[in-house]
Write a protein that binds this ligand. Sequence first.
Ligand code: 4NP
Length: 150
Amino acid sequence: MISVLMVCLGNICRSPLAEGILKSKVNSKKFYVDSAGTGAWHVGNPPDFRSIEVASKYGIDITSQEARQFTQEDFDKFDLIYVMDASNYQNLLKLAKNEENRSKVKMILNELYPGKNKEVPDPYYGGDYGFEKVYQMLEEACNLIVKKAV
Ligand code: 4NP
């Protein structure tokens, strides 16, 4: 079993999409996929309606997801922790207890552009194109995550 955690700030826009996309590509008997936010503002909420819409456009249902906050135990529960941007990365490194914890945290777009530390932009305050663009970035990154894992 490979366990993968997708992390963003609110756990309502980017990481729910990343969770839904990766789940759609893998066997749930071999992969455990979840998502979390570094912040607590939206805990218990469903994904943003714009994330729900763009996922649904591509046949993925993320409506049953519920936002939760990242906790230190997640470092032990997950093999791979993918963050969307540099501030997510810094926030998790502050919570990491040791080098093993730190080594699990990866910028998701480094799968596509190794070492470039490119960010999945926060679409929360932008227009719908932002969500489409985010979807496409995550779709490509998840294809590579699956390819590497199997
Ligand atoms: P996410 O987007 O990190 O992709 O879920 C955000 C959602 C909400 C807020 C920020 C980012 N917020 O400040 O409430």
